[in-house]
Design a protein. Structure first.
Length: 360
């Protein structure tokens, strides 16, 4: 099909966002909505009832809450009401932004007789139960090569449908990493996913650094279910004076923009949009490999440590705190890497191309 023919094809998009999408991938969702609005493409956004459209730019998108009735045994009525609403919208393609909504996308594709694309952003053991329609699913989109490899090994019959489209981010023109010598160094990290002892080694190292005379503050964003345990750990290590725990709902970018160092303390088995944002604003990244670690390239975009090796963590953090020009170099090369591989414009262009090809 010639490019001019592709441009003429009608495109009306249904985006399906889960609670996880809205909470963890809000920046990505906003970039998609802005990109589609910029191209004057009609969008219906299907999202959880608790989603506040004012929290991100939705443009002219038609926001549809799902489920309408959050009650047991109301699934059939909810899907019927959603189908009726979308029928009036007259979509041409469905884009499911989270694998947790794969079953819903499959049902809607069947009821509306439409092609759909599914985004998969995590390495999950339950993938063997992931619901994918061999008839209606036209693409499986992954934001990292490690996810593509895993996806094709778990679902080899869908290997030809798997396509990598990197999540885009706007990159700051400069790096704030140690840009002000008079300012106290700031370290930012995400809270533990389940148990506080996941990051006990890291906080033990932080305590030793303070004893050695280093001066800095630490911000932990989102304690989650382990927050009470985390407070106890900080109290036991006498770190309450230099560690602040802030809610995960606060704007990440404003917190990351003040960070000199961002730490990913444990392997992340989902694509980490916060890590992407930390790199985009120019924080020097220290992290561990494993899971979805495509952004962490040792010596180029980050410095790497073993989370179980306290001496190794100590060497990495001392290196970043002592060699501040090196830290700024790591931050700068990470920003350049994002400009080359994770631009918003490239993400939108690739997504639009995929939509047109998928709907035929």
């Amino acid at each position: 099909m010639a490019p001019e023919d592709v441009k003429k094809k009608l495109l009306r998009v249904v985006l399906i966002a889960s609670e996880h999408t809205v909470r963890e991938y809000s920046m990505f969702l906003q970039h998609i909505l802005v990109g589609l609005a910029d191209k004057s493409i009609p969008v219906a956004l299907v999202c959880p009832p608790e989603f506040n459209p004012a929290s991100i730019f939705t443009g002219a998108a038609e926001v549809i809450s799902y489920p309408v009735f959050n009650l047991p045994f109301m699934g059939y009525i909810n899907i019927r009401l959603l189908t009726e609403r979308l029928t009036k919208f007259e979509p041409t393609i469905i884009h499911c932004l989270c694998e947790s909504r794969a079953s819903l996308a499959k049902q809607l594709a069947y009821r509306l007789d439409l092609p759909y694309v599914l985004m998969v952003s995590s390495l999950q053991k339950w993938w063997n139960r992931l619901s994918i329609s061999s008839k209606y699913c036209e693409r499986i989109i992954v934001p990292a090569n490690s996810l593509a490899v895993n996806m094709m090994s778990v679902f080899p019959r869908f290997a030809e449908l798997t396509e990598q489209i990197n999540i885009g981010s706007f990159v700051a023109e400069s790096s704030g990493c140690f840009s002000d010598p008079s300012r106290l160094a700031t370290i930012v990290m995400a809270g533990p996913s389940k148990k506080a002892d996941e990051i006990e080694n890291l906080f033990s190292v932080i305590r030793h650094l303070l004893i050695d005379g280093y001066e800095f503050m630490v911000v932990v964003v989102g304690g989650g279910p382990a927050e009470r345990q985390l407070w106890k750990l900080l109290e036991a290590l006498d770190l309450l004076k230099i560690v602040t725990i802030v809610p995960g709902q606060l704007p990440w970018l404003s917190i990351l923009a003040a960070a000199d160092i961002f730490i990913q303390p444990q392997p992340n088995y989902s694509f980490n949009p916060v890590l992407l944002q930390a790199m985009s604003v120019g924080s020097a990244v220290a992290g561990c490999t494993g899971g979805v670690d495509d952004l962490i390239i040792d010596g180029r975009t980050a410095v790497v440590f073993n989370p179980n090796d306290e001496m190794g963590i100590m060497r990495v953090l001392k290196g970043l705190l002592d060699r501040r020009e090196f830290s700024r170099q790591i931050a700068g090369t990470a920003q350049q890497y994002l400009k080359e591989n994770h631009s918003v414009s490239k993400m939108i262009s690739a997504t639009l191309k995929m939509y047109y090809e998928a709907q035929g």
